[in-house]
Design a binder for this molecule. Sequence first.
Ligand code: CDP
Length: 789
Amino acid sequence: MTTQAEPRTTFEMGGMGHSVKRKEDPRFIRGQGEYIDDVNLPGQLWLDIVRSPYAHATIKGIDASEALKIPGVLAVITGADLEKAGLHWMPTLAGDKQMVLPTTTVMYQAQEVAAVVATTKYIAADGVAAVLVDYEPLPVIVDPFKALEPDAFVLRPDRGPDKQNNHIWHWESGDRAATDADLASADVHIEQDIYIPRIHVASIETCGCVADWNAVRGQLTLHMTSQAPHAIRTVLALVSGLPEQNIRVKTHDIGGGFGGKVPVYPGYVLAVVASLTVGKPVKWIEDRSENLQADSFARDYHIHAELGATKDGKITSLKAKTIADHGYTDAAADPSKYPAGLFNVITGSYDFPNAFVEVDGVYTNKPPGGVAYRCSFRVTEAVHAVERMVDILAHQIGKDPAQLRMENFIQPEQFPYKTPTGWSYDSGNYPAALQKAMDMINYAGLRKEQAEKRARGELMGIGISSFTEIVGAGPSHDFDILGIKMFDSCEIRVHPTGKVIARLGVQSQGQGHETTFAQIISEELGFPVADIKIEEGDTDTAPYGLGTYASRSTPVAGAATAVAARKIRDKARKLAAHLLEANEEDLEWEPGKFSVKGSPDRFKTIQEIAFAAYTNHPEGMEAGLEAVDYYDPPNLTFPFGSYICVVDIDKGTGQVHIRRFVAVDDCGNIINPMIVDGQIHGGLTMGLAPSLYEQITYDELGNNQAGTFLDYLLPTAVETPSWETGKTTTPSPHHPIGAKGVGESATVGAPPAIVNAVVDALWHLGVRNIDIPMTPQKIWAILHAKGVA
Ligand code: CDP
């Protein structure tokens, strides 16, 4: 561990390490952001969607005649219409198929059944109400274990003859034989079922788009809320047959993505089809209930975990068998080679000699799940499992959970560290992060207080989570989505007056890219942040990239930015040598200028050099000062942290009160400490949410029981504790600026700390695990059963 280096640049210049105020905030704070609802084009029409009330039903007929009589309703699109153009199914990013509109059968409640195009939003809604659909309900499976039973009906008969069951895929990693052998002979063998329920990203802005087909130019412009505009453009070209250069995907400001705006949803395709059909711009925006019922679902992992250890607490093996409920199609946006994402990072921060993980994907009558919700591909689930198992071991053998972690951590000198499931961790110092968290919270004092309170019959718990994240997908030899490699890009253009524009293949959804990527350029070239404009999300202008999710922007596009800037600096050196009539080797660089070694008063500023690139460049050199880099990372980055949570539990109500929460994070070198703090605060709240409040459940008929914000409980400022944050700095050795991603760390690390705290408070009563969300009702029932409530 080191502490963050002092910034090399002045605050006014604003390079790495400065808490530069976010350049994007003035427009957000003043309500002047441009979201999809703000995009209104001349002649624009509206599209609204007829949705199924049943989770599984045959469509016997669709009668649109009454809808079409409504003045202003222009068209009703059905699956039969799309079938004529072969557009009733579309590929998912996971290589499965998803219905755009059904022709015979609906597979989940709220599935799209038909689309109404009308002159206004309200007429479109009236049209939806007037479309009559004749359904014949069919049996429903919402339980993935039942879906796997041999006599279960087949949800997806459209798959090949050898796939007439509900099993999607099997994926495994690690050494099964060695892990089984170790578990069989281990002094301590722990088994635990852990369920990570289905949740929803619930971003403030729902999904939507404006599709604009210009028949004269043969040009389709799709304004949309996408985290991955380039990939969307390629998929659109492949599905529609339109030439890719005539498709422009343009994102605007995005009111929260969190993974939910990576996939392609039927609404986007329907808006495009409608615009192509009527030749006018067509807008589609989900309402809140549609959003909560039809798309953007995450998790739904049923994990059976086993851990082996010596009797004094040296962990030796970890095994996890998981059933992944994907709903009726696998629409997760995981890299092709990793259908269960990066779940095999499950050995976490610990030096496990043996590990084996297997995951089976299953179809049920639920909407598509598997969105990587602020989690780099199933890491939340993996971290939850290992942090719970380690904690159970500590309690079972009577060892302090902090002590047990310290004794089992991968030690700093073991990096780069190869895990038994094949990852190569770049760098880390786990003991330092935990020690810092313990010092910040006064761990010893809390344990003393807990003992005193327990003697008085009060319920207080202390929970730790020492997680390792895996972000920056990813190296092209292993990472692709639908075959497109997961590099990312940055193009920098320096204008003659020394002002800069940079365009990237990623897409901010509030993370502050307009500021932090400018800071990287400022660090590398010495232009003030104020002089650098960052643009993302327009496929006509930005270089190709795979977008922003899974905290990949800094590890991949951030690296591309630094490398592109360095290419510019190399050319600037040649220009400076020309201007100063010196040899390149005799020049010294400091942010913002080249000077002659030993003659500091002979220098050229980067602005003078930029001007010369267009006005006075040496013969034989190309004019201009531009560079582009497509960065293929050599490895992922592995940020980490240690969180400690203190809870008090009310015996009368079962209410969990988080009294303190200390989060020590390490994301390598930090570009903007204020933005990183903001990311951690937001992530912690998003970790609190599923721990105590949020879950999507279905009744046995497949009805979503949390389809509004009355039932799906988002924490507000009232429920959110005051987070205490700290940092250690362990740079990534392979990243050009030593940075790792950070956006998802807290969402991944927080839930097990909270669960571990609650179980710690109740362990002496015989409680060993509680599945999230730990609602007052659930806790009260436990306390009541134990005779405490
Ligand atoms: O991919 P995404 O932008 O969601 O995640 P990220 O790469 O973890 O970055 C989130 C925000 O934190 C961005 O504005 C980053 O530039 C910033 N960040 C930083 O300032 N220093 C780091 N070491 C990592 C991220």
